[in-house]
Structures are given as structure tokens and as C-alpha cells.
Write a protein that binds this ligand. Structure first.
Ligand SMILES: Nc1nc2c(ncn2[C@@H]2O[C@H](COP(=O)(O)OP(=O)(O)OP(=O)(O)O)[C@@H](O)[C@H]2O)c(=O)[nH]1
Ligand SMILES: [Mg+2]
Length: 373
């Protein structure tokens, strides 16, 4: 895949922000094994209904892609099915959007039955309204213009098959969810009667969530320097001072403009977030965009109705900013991070004691409040 990236900027998104977003899009292209040949930014107050960018610009992109031998043009925002159709007609190569890439990455990473079903559900939900375009291509092959050729019938049939499959997947996911709840109940039932605190680790993709889980509980999980390494939730326990048992759960990473189809499909997995007593929000402070990333994660938490839960920020990868653990004390405390924040390095094990202390503190408050209820 040889890609050209396209984005827009305006009063809402500055040119700088749009560029950063394209940089991330480039990362997504790499994650599906593609290469980025170049990018184009257009200043537009709002996307064009028909072409997203201007028709003239689309033509220009067509020329560029022919000139460079690009075989796909990727837009940074979700396109409507008709925009995809119109753009492909002008540009002459495959047109994708951010959602297509993210779904593709998720699909290549999915290993468990549940993750696979969730991705398939997202893909089918995404494809359903786009069948029409493919149907038109089919009717061109099948019948004459304007006749109700086999193309349209075929689209109808495919649409019905997809709808049935969506229904099936939802039922199976419901069943998995039910079993997961029973499992969770069993895990939460404490044999010795010690209090149990549920901490869910969330954060932008690649922030270091799985590495932190490993550092805190010793549980081996897959970590990698790539987007969306984790697709399944994993839970692991640790006893903390005071005899409290803390259950840490690792989750799928979030990203800016996370496709709604994916949030919807991953609700079963993300249910752990809504069940949490405390949210541990991991932030990669060595990334220039970390403040943006915090907002993106908060946005998803809002969509999961979990924005009111107590949060502890783990400001991770401090070792990339300073050389020694002692120096982390001099890092400017990010005043805007609302609430508790601890500077850590999951990789070097820095700040984990402080982090546990914060968790115990907040955990006592939460558990006491639960007792009062
Ligand atoms: N230098 C440094 N690297 C870290 C630290 N924590 C994690 N990493 C690296 O960052 C990369 C991502 O770490 P993961 O733990 O896989 O991140 P994640 O948040 O689970 O990512 P996804 O599952 O993809 O959302 C890996 O290459 C880790 O080795 C840290 O404290 N310091
Ligand atoms: Mg992970």
C-alpha cells in the first residue's frame, strides 16, 4: 500500500494540529504495512458535502497519485459513503478514511474469539451503508444503466446476509459478556474477606498500559512499540499494604477520532471500565501530544459514562525525559491534570511505590464510601 494522506484545517483545528494528526495517520498506515508517499492539507472552514475537500483539490490529488504511483488516498476524518464514491471517481484510486485503517489494524491484531467477533461487528456495521457503491459497480457489470439489474438484487441479498450475521455476532457477544460477568464475580469474591479494589488501566494507545500492569503485578502481557498492541482485557491481582487486594485490568488503547463503530463493538470488553472503582489513566509524557491524548481518552471515558469515576494519572515514560529517578521530582507538575498524578516509569520501575500509595489512599476512600452506602 502506497498512500497519500489528506486532511483539512480551519478555525477548529489549527494547521499544526492537523499536521500532528496526519503524523499519527502515517503511523496507522505503517501499522497496516503501508508506506506514506506524501500528504496534503487544505484550509477549509468545513468539509465539502460531496467531496470532503474541494473538487479542484480532488482532481489535483488524482494527478499527484498518478504521478507518484500511489494506490490509495487516506483521509484523516470519517467520509460518508457518497464522498468515498465521488472521490474515487475523480481520483481514480482506492479512497480510505481513518476508520478503515483502525478497523484493519484491529482486525490484524485480534486473537481471542471475543476480539475477533468485536472487530467483525465493527467492520460489518461500517460496511453496511457502503454496499451501495459496490452494488453500482456490480450493476455496471450486470445489466444496462437504469435497469434493475442483478447488481441491485445482489446488494439486497448481501445486505440481508450481513444483517443476519450482525445479529448472530451480537448474540454471541452477549453470551460471552454473560460468562465474563460470572467470571468477574468469582474473581471479586474474596476468600479471606479482604477488601477488593477494582482498578482499570486506560490510556492512549502505546502509552505503556500493559508495561505498567506487568510492573505492578508481575503479569506477563504482550507489550510492543506499536499502535493497538492490546485488544483483550487482562486482569491481574496484587496485595497492597493494609491487606487490600487490588485487581488491575489492562484495556485496549484509545486514539483520537476512535471510530464509533469500534467503541460500540468493544463495549463488552470496555465494560470493565464502567465497573471500575478507580481509573488509572496512563499517559506517555514523552510524547509531545500528551495533553491532547489525555483529552481524547477523557472523551472516550465520557462515551462510556465513566467520566465521574475517581482517576489517578500515571505520567509514564519519565525515563525518556530525565536520567535519574530522583530528577523526576523536579519535573514540572502538570497543574492542569485535575486531581492526583504520579510520575512513573513503568519500564524502569520508577515511582511505583508512590503510585501504590495513591491507589491505597483513593481505594480506602472508595471502599469506605461503598460501606456507607
Ligand atoms: N522508555 C520507556 N518506554 C516505555 C515505558 N513504558 C512502556 N514503554 C514502551 O512503550 C511501548 C508501548 O508499551 P505498551 O505497554 O505495549 O503500551 P500500551 O499502552 O499497552 O499500548 P497498546 O496496548 O498498544 O494500547 C513499548 O515499546 C514499551 O516498552 C517507560 O516507562 N519508559
Ligand atoms: Mg497494551
Amino acid at each position: 500500500m502506497r498512500a497519500i494522506l489528506v486532511g483539512i484545517w480551519n478555525r477548529d483545528i489549527t494547521k499544526e494540529e492537523a499536521k500532528e494528526s496526519l503524523k499519527e495517520l502515517k503511523g496507522l498506515v505503517e501499522a497496516v504495512g503501508g508506506k506514506t508517499l506524501g500528504w496534503i492539507l487544505q484550509n477549509r472552514s468545513k468539509p465539502d458535502a460531496k467531496y470532503y475537500i474541494g473538487a479542484g483539490k480532488a482532481q489535483q490529488i488524482g494527478e499527484i497519485s498518478r504521478g507518484t504511483g500511489a494506490d490509495v488516498v487516506v483521509f484523516d476524518d470519517p467520509l460518508t459513503p457518497s464522498q468515498v464514491r465521488n472521490l474515487e471517481r475523480i481520483i481514480g484510486v482506492t479512497v480510505l478514511d481513518r476508520t478503515d485503517l483502525v478497523i484493519e489494524i484491529f482486525s490484524s491484531r485480534a486473537k481471542s474469539r471475543e476480539a475477533k467477533l468485536q472487530v467483525e461487528l465493527a467492520r460489518l456495521t461500517h460496511d453496511l451503508p457502503r454496499l451501495y457503491g459496490k452494488g453500482r459497480a456490480l450493476s455496471r457489470l450486470g445489466g444496462g444503466v437504469g435497469t434493475r439489474g442483478p447488481g441491485e438484487q445482489e446488494v439486497e441479498i448481501r445486505r440481508r446476509i450481513i444483517k443476519r450475521r450482525i445479529h448472530q455476532i451480537k448474540e454471541e457477544l452477549e453470551e460471552i459478556k454473560r460468562r465474563r460477568r460470572i467470571q468477574r464475580k468469582r474473581r471479586e469474591r474474596s476468600e479471606t474477606g479482604e477488601p477488593i479494589l477494582k482498578v482499570v488501566i486506560v490510556g492512549y494507545t502505546n502509552a505503556g498500559k500493559s508495561t505498567l500492569l506487568k510492573a505492578l503485578t508481575g503479569r506477563e502481557t504482550f507489550t510492543a512499540d506499536m499502535l493497538f498492541a492490546t485488544l483483550d482485557t487482562k486482569t491481574s491481582a496484587r496485595l497492597v499494604p493494609g491487606g487490600m487486594k487490588v485487581l488491575f485490568t489492562d484495556t485496549v488503547g484509545f486514539i483520537k477520532k476512535l471510530p464509533p463503530e469500534l467503541i460500540e463493538s468493544f463495549k463488552a470488553t470496555l465494560e470493565e471500565v464502567t465497573e471500575a472503582d478507580v481509573i488509572l489513566h496512563v499517559v506517555d509524557v514523552s510524547n509531545d501530544r500528551w495533553i491532547d491524548h489525555i483529552h481524547a481518552v477523557k472523551e472516550v471515558l465520557r462515551e462510556l459514562s465513566a467520566e465521574d469515576k475517581p482517576v489517578i494519572y500515571a505520567l509514564n515514560k519519565a525515563d525518556r525525559i530525565v536520567d535519574n529517578e530522583e530528577d523526576t521530582e523536579h519535573l514540572p507538575h502538570p497543574a492542569f491534570v485535575d486531581g492526583r498524578a504520579v510520575v512513573v516509569s513503568a519500564e524502569k520501575g520508577w515511582g511505583l511505590g508512590n503510585l501504590i500509595q495513591e491507589i491505597v489512599k483513593i481505594g480506602c476512600e472508595v471502599l469506605n464510601a461503598q460501606l456507607v452506602k
